[in-house]
Design a protein around this ligand. Structure first.
Ligand SMILES: *Cc1c(COP(=O)(O)O)cnc(C)c1O
Length: 459
């Protein structure tokens, strides 16, 4: 396959889900009715849905066959044993708990280890991770390398942790006050950028020296393994799974939202090497999630997860996954669309502040692009800028976010090459109309998570 430029989807389509094709006139009406916030659209009004890669994967025929074999026994279901075996084989961690999605694992583990006076350190805490840590009373500090913050600079592993900062923070806070170091692979909030094995190993040495817990937030560990194999010389002859296994061997435990690289629509797990910590977590799991052999999942969910966690490491799948995301990004870059570089594993991030330099940040250039992509092409994306992160000062003036980005997150195994070609064509239109795009004004907003439900009017 590698000798050809065209990357084919390494699957055939057995079952189809209809996309309702809409006209621009219809979309103008739909967008007005949704108050210029595509989050508020019903999904049947969307043609290409790039809102998130979480829980939106297409399952394989093997996974669907597994669904039919789900064992729904309350305790000791065979489906749980299959899920556990699959996770044990990958992580090598002996103590494993099922959870209904990643944040349930976060609440249990970080809630237990956290509390006032404790510090967690990560390349970037994902938003639910940070929320669970802060809710416990602890603090969450992000220390990705400086190169990771420059959107145009090429660096092969922009998700790496700054090792000097890590040592300094441990000294400043005292190792006994560091609840854990959490390595997020790939670094979701930082653009889906990978972390090198070299960095993961160096962190492990530091954590061992100071006796600090070291966990992997491993939602996209297979995508990260792809980058390691192709960018870290030492690993070019290892399989993707061997690379992931080596990464798991470095840490004391992991949390996975299976809605990403386990190719399922719902599920997750928590894995640990330490038995005492496992017993504490198991008690918390039983109180709020369910018994330790299902943790809020159906037997059929666990079957699908066990299979998906194997499928995701197939070389043809990973090659298609990473290359097709990069293909979209590379084509947009050639066209002059300003974006974060290099392209990460699961998404393309557009720099809307540069694209719409005529729209001031307090008129939300990112949201303007989100609206244009929907109007021109029925494409749904999400703003990651001042709508999501902006705050107000005491005079009610906007304190903008550091960047005004729009994320095109690509669901796994869902869209074909022609869908991607279509998105590229829509961007040609966006580029030729770029001076005409209009800013927005917020007319109604919630206290938290503004991007979900805010309402806008066009300027
Ligand atoms: C999605 C995600 C989570 C949270 O998982 P949910 O399944 O959405 O609860 C945590 N960390 C990262 C890096 C994620 O991408």
């Amino acid at each position: 396959m590698e000798e050809f430029k065209t990357i084919i989807e390494p699957f055939k389509i057995k079952m189809v889900e209809q996309i309702k094709v809409t006209s621009k006139e219809e979309r103008i009406e739909y967008l007005k009715a949704a108050h210029f916030n595509p989050f508020l659209l019903n999904s049947d009004k969307v043609m290409i849905d790039f809102l998130t890669d979480s829980g939106t994967s297409a399952m394989s025929s093997n996974q669907w066959a597994g669904i039919m074999q789900g064992d729904e026994s309350y305790a000791g279901a065979s489906s749980w044993h299959k899920m556990r075996d699959s996770i044990l084989d990958l992580t090598g961690h002996e103590y494993i708990l099922p959870v209904h999605q990643g944040r349930a694992g976060e609440r249990i583990l970080y809630g237990y280890l956290g509390g006032k006076g404790k510090t967690f350190i990560s390349n970037t805490h994902f938003d639910t991770t940070r929320a669970n840590i802060e809710f416990s009373g602890a603090e969450a500090i992000d220390i990705a390398i400086e190169e990771g913050k420059n959107p145009k600079l090429f660096h092969p592993f922009k998700g790496n942790i700054d090792l000097n900062k890590l040592e300094e923070l441990i000294k400043e806070k005292g190792p006994e006050n560091i609840a854990a170091v959490i390595l997020t692979v790939t670094n979701n909030s930082g653009g889906g950028q990978p972390v090198s094995m070299e960095n993961a190993k160096a962190i492990s040495v530091i954590c061992k020296k100071h006796k600090i817990n070291y966990f992997l937030d491993c939602c996209r560990v297979a995508e990260n393994a792809y980058f390691i194999k192709h960018r870290e010389e030492e690993y070019k002859n290892k399989t993707y799974k061997e690379i992931a296994q080596e990464m798991f061997s470095l840490v004391d435990g992991s949390i996975m939202s299976a809605k990403k690289d386990a190719l399922v629509n719902m599920g997750g797990f928590l894995s640990l090497k330490n038995e005492e910590l496992f017993i504490e977590c198991k008690n918390l799991l039983i109180i709020t999630e369910g018994f330790a052999t299902y943790g809020g999942l159906s037997g059929r969910d666990m079957e699908a997860l066990a299979i998906g966690l194997k499928e995701v490491f197939e070389p043809d799948y990973l090659h298609y996954r990473i290359r097709s995301t990069a293909f979209l990004g590379e084509r947009l870059k050639e066209m002059g669309v300003p974006l974060m570089w290099p392209i990460g594993g699961h998404a393309v991030y557009i720099d809307a502040k540069e694209l719409y330099s005529h729209i001031p940040v307090d008129e939300y250039p990112g949201q303007a692009l989100v609206c244009e992509l929907y109007l021109q092409g029925g494409i749904r994306t999400v703003e990651i800028g001042s709508v999501m992160f902006g705050k107000y000062d005491e005079n009610g003036k906007l304190i903008p976010a550091a960047m005004e980005l729009v994320r095109l997150a690509i669901p796994r195994r869902v869209y074909t090459q022609s869908h991607i070609e279509y998105v590229i064509e829509v961007f040609e239109k966006i580029m030729s109309n770029r001076n005409k795009a209009k800013g927005l004004k917020i007319i109604e907003e919630p206290k938290f998570l503004r991007h979900f439900t805010s309402k806008f009017i066009q300027k």
